[in-house]
Design a protein. Structure first.
Length: 242
Protein backbone atom coordinates (compact mmCIF):
# COMPACT_ATOMS: atom_id res chain seq x y z
CA UNK A 1 0.00 0.00 0.00
CA UNK A 2 1.11 3.59 -0.45
CA UNK A 3 2.60 5.52 2.45
CA UNK A 4 0.39 7.93 4.38
CA UNK A 5 2.37 10.88 5.63
CA UNK A 6 1.95 14.07 7.60
CA UNK A 7 4.26 17.04 7.32
CA UNK A 8 4.60 19.48 10.19
CA UNK A 9 5.57 23.11 9.63
CA UNK A 10 8.36 24.36 11.87
CA UNK A 11 6.15 27.35 12.79
CA UNK A 12 9.08 29.72 13.31
CA UNK A 13 12.86 29.92 13.08
CA UNK A 14 13.20 29.49 16.86
CA UNK A 15 14.33 26.22 18.35
CA UNK A 16 11.53 23.67 18.06
CA UNK A 17 10.62 21.53 21.04
CA UNK A 18 10.64 18.38 18.89
CA UNK A 19 14.43 18.74 18.74
CA UNK A 20 14.73 17.73 22.39
CA UNK A 21 16.08 14.32 23.28
CA UNK A 22 12.80 12.76 24.31
CA UNK A 23 10.87 13.63 21.18
CA UNK A 24 13.64 12.84 18.69
CA UNK A 25 14.34 9.55 20.40
CA UNK A 26 10.65 8.70 20.08
CA UNK A 27 10.85 9.37 16.34
CA UNK A 28 13.92 7.16 16.12
CA UNK A 29 12.36 4.24 17.98
CA UNK A 30 9.04 3.97 16.17
CA UNK A 31 7.02 5.48 13.34
CA UNK A 32 3.68 5.66 15.07
CA UNK A 33 2.80 8.68 17.20
CA UNK A 34 5.09 11.71 17.15
CA UNK A 35 5.21 15.02 18.92
CA UNK A 36 4.19 17.90 16.68
CA UNK A 37 6.91 20.24 15.43
CA UNK A 38 5.96 23.55 17.03
CA UNK A 39 7.97 26.17 18.94
CA UNK A 40 8.57 25.63 22.64
CA UNK A 41 5.52 26.56 24.69
CA UNK A 42 4.92 26.51 28.42
CA UNK A 43 1.46 25.01 28.01
CA UNK A 44 1.84 21.29 27.37
CA UNK A 45 -1.61 21.07 25.75
CA UNK A 46 -0.35 23.17 22.79
CA UNK A 47 1.78 20.24 21.70
CA UNK A 48 -0.36 18.24 19.32
CA UNK A 49 0.18 14.53 18.83
CA UNK A 50 -0.21 12.55 15.62
CA UNK A 51 -0.57 10.86 13.27
CA UNK A 52 -1.63 7.62 14.96
CA UNK A 53 -3.12 6.33 11.69
CA UNK A 54 -0.10 6.95 9.43
CA UNK A 55 3.10 5.00 8.73
CA UNK A 56 5.35 7.85 7.60
CA UNK A 57 6.30 11.13 9.22
CA UNK A 58 8.28 14.02 7.72
CA UNK A 59 10.00 16.53 10.01
CA UNK A 60 11.31 19.81 8.48
CA UNK A 61 14.67 20.91 9.87
CA UNK A 62 16.40 24.26 9.49
CA UNK A 63 20.06 25.17 9.85
CA UNK A 64 20.57 28.94 10.20
CA UNK A 65 23.89 29.50 12.01
CA UNK A 66 23.58 33.29 12.19
CA UNK A 67 20.30 32.84 14.12
CA UNK A 68 21.76 30.04 16.28
CA UNK A 69 19.39 27.50 14.71
CA UNK A 70 21.12 24.11 14.38
CA UNK A 71 18.31 21.57 14.05
CA UNK A 72 20.16 19.41 11.52
CA UNK A 73 23.26 19.22 13.73
CA UNK A 74 21.15 18.51 16.82
CA UNK A 75 19.20 15.73 15.13
CA UNK A 76 22.26 14.01 13.64
CA UNK A 77 24.18 14.23 16.90
CA UNK A 78 21.28 12.76 18.86
CA UNK A 79 20.72 9.89 16.44
CA UNK A 80 24.40 8.96 16.50
CA UNK A 81 24.96 9.09 20.26
CA UNK A 82 21.74 7.20 21.09
CA UNK A 83 22.22 4.47 18.46
CA UNK A 84 23.33 1.02 19.59
CA UNK A 85 25.75 -1.46 18.01
CA UNK A 86 22.98 -3.16 16.02
CA UNK A 87 22.29 -0.05 13.97
CA UNK A 88 23.95 1.06 10.75
CA UNK A 89 24.19 4.54 9.26
CA UNK A 90 25.15 5.53 5.74
CA UNK A 91 26.09 9.19 5.29
CA UNK A 92 26.76 10.66 1.86
CA UNK A 93 28.34 14.05 1.24
CA UNK A 94 29.81 15.71 -1.83
CA UNK A 95 32.00 17.94 0.36
CA UNK A 96 32.82 16.15 3.61
CA UNK A 97 34.72 18.24 6.13
CA UNK A 98 32.96 17.48 9.44
CA UNK A 99 32.55 19.96 12.26
CA UNK A 100 34.00 19.22 15.69
CA UNK A 101 30.48 18.46 16.90
CA UNK A 102 30.00 15.78 14.26
CA UNK A 103 33.47 14.35 14.82
CA UNK A 104 32.74 13.99 18.53
CA UNK A 105 29.43 12.22 17.77
CA UNK A 106 31.17 9.87 15.31
CA UNK A 107 33.85 9.07 17.89
CA UNK A 108 31.30 8.10 20.53
CA UNK A 109 28.61 6.37 18.48
CA UNK A 110 28.16 2.63 18.93
CA UNK A 111 26.63 2.27 15.48
CA UNK A 112 28.54 1.32 12.36
CA UNK A 113 28.77 4.38 10.09
CA UNK A 114 29.61 4.19 6.38
CA UNK A 115 30.50 7.57 4.86
CA UNK A 116 30.51 7.99 1.07
CA UNK A 117 32.51 10.89 -0.39
CA UNK A 118 33.69 11.60 -3.94
CA UNK A 119 37.08 10.48 -5.14
CA UNK A 120 39.35 13.36 -6.07
CA UNK A 121 38.39 12.88 -9.74
CA UNK A 122 34.66 12.90 -8.89
CA UNK A 123 34.86 16.08 -6.81
CA UNK A 124 33.16 19.12 -8.31
CA UNK A 125 36.36 21.17 -8.00
CA UNK A 126 38.54 18.62 -9.84
CA UNK A 127 40.95 20.37 -12.23
CA UNK A 128 39.85 23.75 -10.90
CA UNK A 129 42.00 26.79 -11.61
CA UNK A 130 44.70 27.92 -9.16
CA UNK A 131 43.95 27.12 -5.48
CA UNK A 132 40.57 25.57 -6.38
CA UNK A 133 42.47 22.68 -7.88
CA UNK A 134 43.62 21.70 -4.38
CA UNK A 135 40.12 21.62 -2.91
CA UNK A 136 39.47 17.94 -3.84
CA UNK A 137 42.77 17.00 -2.16
CA UNK A 138 41.73 18.83 1.01
CA UNK A 139 38.43 16.95 1.18
CA UNK A 140 40.31 13.68 0.70
CA UNK A 141 42.63 14.66 3.56
CA UNK A 142 39.67 15.60 5.78
CA UNK A 143 37.97 12.27 5.12
CA UNK A 144 41.11 10.30 5.96
CA UNK A 145 41.57 12.21 9.22
CA UNK A 146 37.97 11.36 10.15
CA UNK A 147 38.58 7.70 9.33
CA UNK A 148 41.69 7.60 11.51
CA UNK A 149 40.02 9.22 14.53
CA UNK A 150 36.64 7.43 14.55
CA UNK A 151 36.78 3.66 15.21
CA UNK A 152 33.27 2.84 13.95
CA UNK A 153 33.57 4.75 10.67
CA UNK A 154 34.13 3.10 7.29
CA UNK A 155 35.05 5.60 4.55
CA UNK A 156 34.18 4.95 0.90
CA UNK A 157 34.79 7.06 -2.18
CA UNK A 158 32.58 7.25 -5.26
CA UNK A 159 34.58 6.71 -8.40
CA UNK A 160 32.92 6.48 -11.82
CA UNK A 161 34.66 7.54 -15.01
CA UNK A 162 33.23 10.75 -16.39
CA UNK A 163 30.93 11.35 -13.40
CA UNK A 164 31.08 13.85 -10.57
CA UNK A 165 29.49 13.14 -7.18
CA UNK A 166 27.31 15.47 -5.13
CA UNK A 167 24.86 13.11 -3.45
CA UNK A 168 23.99 13.95 0.14
CA UNK A 169 21.80 12.21 2.66
CA UNK A 170 21.65 9.88 5.65
CA UNK A 171 20.06 6.45 5.73
CA UNK A 172 19.53 4.46 8.94
CA UNK A 173 16.92 1.72 9.23
CA UNK A 174 13.52 3.48 9.05
CA UNK A 175 15.10 6.96 9.15
CA UNK A 176 16.28 9.03 6.18
CA UNK A 177 17.55 12.62 6.21
CA UNK A 178 17.53 14.45 2.88
CA UNK A 179 18.12 18.07 1.95
CA UNK A 180 20.68 20.72 1.15
CA UNK A 181 23.22 20.07 3.92
CA UNK A 182 26.55 18.44 3.15
CA UNK A 183 26.88 17.65 6.88
CA UNK A 184 30.16 19.53 6.98
CA UNK A 185 31.74 22.42 8.81
CA UNK A 186 30.49 25.00 6.32
CA UNK A 187 26.90 23.78 6.67
CA UNK A 188 27.22 24.00 10.46
CA UNK A 189 28.87 27.41 10.72
CA UNK A 190 28.16 29.44 7.59
CA UNK A 191 25.38 28.32 5.25
CA UNK A 192 21.60 28.31 5.56
CA UNK A 193 20.33 24.76 5.04
CA UNK A 194 17.01 22.94 4.91
CA UNK A 195 16.52 19.20 5.38
CA UNK A 196 13.71 16.80 6.13
CA UNK A 197 13.90 13.84 8.47
CA UNK A 198 11.69 11.07 7.10
CA UNK A 199 10.69 8.23 9.43
CA UNK A 200 8.64 5.42 7.93
CA UNK A 201 7.32 1.94 8.66
CA UNK A 202 6.12 1.56 5.06
CA UNK A 203 8.11 -1.33 3.61
CA UNK A 204 7.74 -0.21 -0.02
CA UNK A 205 9.10 3.23 0.81
CA UNK A 206 11.88 1.71 2.91
CA UNK A 207 12.88 -0.52 -0.03
CA UNK A 208 12.89 2.45 -2.42
CA UNK A 209 15.09 4.52 -0.12
CA UNK A 210 17.43 1.57 0.42
CA UNK A 211 17.77 1.10 -3.35
CA UNK A 212 18.75 4.75 -3.66
CA UNK A 213 21.45 4.26 -1.03
CA UNK A 214 22.75 1.06 -2.61
CA UNK A 215 22.98 2.74 -6.03
CA UNK A 216 25.64 5.01 -4.54
CA UNK A 217 27.61 2.08 -3.17
CA UNK A 218 27.82 0.27 -6.53
CA UNK A 219 30.53 2.65 -7.73
CA UNK A 220 32.16 3.15 -4.33
CA UNK A 221 35.38 1.65 -3.01
CA UNK A 222 37.54 2.00 0.09
CA UNK A 223 38.96 5.50 0.18
CA UNK A 224 42.41 5.99 -1.31
CA UNK A 225 45.10 8.29 0.08
CA UNK A 226 45.26 10.53 -2.97
CA UNK A 227 45.85 14.06 -1.72
CA UNK A 228 48.97 15.97 -2.68
CA UNK A 229 51.21 16.96 0.27
CA UNK A 230 50.89 20.67 -0.51
CA UNK A 231 47.15 20.50 0.28
CA UNK A 232 47.96 19.65 3.91
CA UNK A 233 49.74 22.99 4.22
CA UNK A 234 46.74 24.95 2.99
CA UNK A 235 44.10 22.94 4.83
CA UNK A 236 44.27 24.87 8.17
CA UNK A 237 43.60 28.14 6.33
CA UNK A 238 40.84 26.76 4.09
CA UNK A 239 39.11 24.40 6.53
CA UNK A 240 36.42 26.83 7.72
CA UNK A 241 35.39 27.49 4.10
CA UNK A 242 35.11 23.82 3.08
Amino acid sequence: HSASAKVWDSGSFSRSHWATKGNLKEAWNKAGVYTCNTPIEKEANLRDLGPSDGDTCVYPMFQIPWLSVHQVDEALELFLITADSRQNFTLSSGYFNPSKRLIDALKHTKAQVDIIIPSIEANGFYKGASVKGLVPDMYNLSGLRTLNSCPNVNLLEYSRKGWSFHAKGIWANNLTILGSSNFNRRSSLRDTEFCVSLVTDNTLLQDSLNEEKESLRVFSRDVQKSYRPISALGFPLMSSFL
